[in-house]
Design a protein around this ligand. Structure first.
Ligand code: SF4
Length: 458
């Protein structure tokens, strides 16, 4: 098996907090100026334009979890009280009905993703109710893709059979790490037997794609322990693997203060964890899709990548390209292609808005032409590893994007000229940094910071 290596100087240089670019502009640049009325008007226009031709995508955030993982950065509510399910589903149903009044045609549903939180916190009966609510007045697209995030400890056969009957064929299990010591410190004890059982049950129920989420950079992880985890994972042959970098942000995720920072691997150790994981995956038949995703060659994600049909939205990489994503539930994000909106992040505020009969929009963003074009450049890089520039952007590219690209090219990570940019083999390790060269919000901020420093210096 070929050993993967990246120069430590490059690791140090590009070890910066860079967005995942599931949206552009990224969420910190959105604001609360987008009114609910403007959002509704934009939604109605885009829906009319896109629904019949491409269908729509729906993401539903199901926020409850029974216990708290100490690495968690998600919007969740910890409770053992399952009576919260009904109130929440009633609110999501009302929210869907608010969107339905804006639709002048029958919605054609092409993609549903249930994320969380822990979607399998909800009983099979309640999940069936939720899905029937959406589907009873909609048409399901012939090439639909329905998927769910499941917890290996509480995804039952009944969950899987219910979801299969509703058209679900993909499940993603949060595996994270299989080392007992790491599991203890992250407060997520799920023995390999549970993961194995959940995987077998999914396959027996008829699911054709099982994804495992793994994380590198967790407290107490070592190269040897990650090797053990990956070897156990490979034996179960998940069709896809997302191998995420742990983001340590204790100032926003207070739960991350529950372990000792000294137990976290350092930056270089962390990339060694990644390289070991990637080496094992690629040596065992997995292909690199981009941004920490891997897939076996029979999986649709790999086939879409080969055919240049890979897309990226808030749910990560996808083979579907609907152009319109409705996010239902607390903190969910919707994407109209030319506008984004995020729902209220606290359950209290979400319920209050829905009870008033209003969409629970907290903040959003209307994209201008420049945003749409640069969003496409970033998407192309993330999905295809290359993009072609439009001549009308040359002046902006020269001012803001070529200076960071020059650096990246000098480090052997990209090749570019005035017409295009292509990632090199090593560039794939720094794909987010390369995307950030086209993030005009970051680059303009950087530019004004540099000018300020310069004017202060003189
Ligand atoms: S990591 Fe997932 S299961 Fe754990 S607390 Fe966060 S949302 Fe819940």
């Amino acid at each position: 098996m070929e050993k993967l290596q990246i120069h430590p100087l490059l690791i140090r240089k590009y070890n910066q907090p860079v967005p995942r670019y599931t949206s552009y502009p990224t969420v910190p640049f959105w604001d609360s100026k987008l009114s609910v009325e403007k959002w509704q008007e934009s939604f109605a226009g885009q829906f009319n334009l896109l629904n019949a031709a491409d269908g729509i995508s729906i993401y539903i955030h199901l926020p409850f979890c029974e216990s708290l993982c100490t690495y968690c950065g998600c919007n969740k509510k910890i409770t053992q009280n399952h009576s919260v399910e009904e109130q929440y589903l009633a609110a999501v149903e009302k929210e869907w009905k608010l969107y339905r009044t804006l639709m002048k045609q029958t919605p054609v549903i092409r993609e549903i993703h249930l994320g969380g939180g822990t979607p399998t916190f909800f009983s099979p009966k309640n999940l069936r109710y939720l899905l029937n609510t959406l589907l009873k007045t909609s048409v399901v697209h012939p090439h639909h893709e329905f998927s769910i995030e499941g917890h290996p400890n509480n995804t039952t056969k009944e969950h899987l059979e219910t979801l299969y009957a509703m058209g679900f064929r993909r499940i993603s299990y949060g595996v994270q790490d299989l080392d007992p010591e790491v599991q203890k410190v992250i407060n997520r004890v799920q023995p390999i037997e549970n993961v194995k059982k959940a995987t077998e049950n999914a396959r027996e129920a008829g699911f054709t794609s099982v994804n495992f989420d793994l994380i590198y950079g967790l407290p107490l992880q070592k190269v040897q322990s990650i090797e053990n985890t990956i070897r156990q994972v490979i034996a179960l042959k998940p069709d896809r693997i997302a191998f995420y970098s742990y983001a340590h942000v204790p100032w926003t995720s207070r739960v991350q203060r529950l372990f000792h920072e000294a137990d976290l691997p350092g930056a270089e150790e962390k990339i060694q964890l990644y390289l070991k994981g990637k080496e094992l995956l690629m040596g065992n038949g997995y292909f690199d899709i981009g941004m920490d995703h891997f897939a076996l060659p029979h999986d649709d994600l790999y086939i879409a990548k080969q055919n240049g049909k890979l897309h990226r939205n808030f749910m990560g990489y996808t083979t579907q390209n609907t152009g319109l994503l409705i996010g239902l539930g607390v903190s969910s994000i919707s994407d109209l292609g030319m506008a984004f909106a995020q729902n209220e992040k606290s359950l209290h505020d979400y319920y209050a808005a829905i009870d008033e009969g209003k969409l629970a929009i907290k903040r959003g963003y209307l994209l201008n032409e420049e945003d749409i074009a640069f969003r496409q450049y970033i998407k192309d890089i993330a999905c295809k590893g290359a993009t072609t520039f439009r001549p009308q952007h040359l002046a902006i590219l020269e001012e803001f994007c070529f200076p960071p690209l020059k650096q990246l090219a000098a480090d052997g990570l990209v090749e570019y000229d005035i017409k295009q940019v292509t990632l090199t083999e090593d560039g794939h390790y720094f794909i987010r940094n390369i995307c950030s060269a086209f993030d005009l919000y970051l680059q303009r901020d950087q530019f004004s910071l540099n000018s300020e420093t310069f004017s202060k210096a003189i």
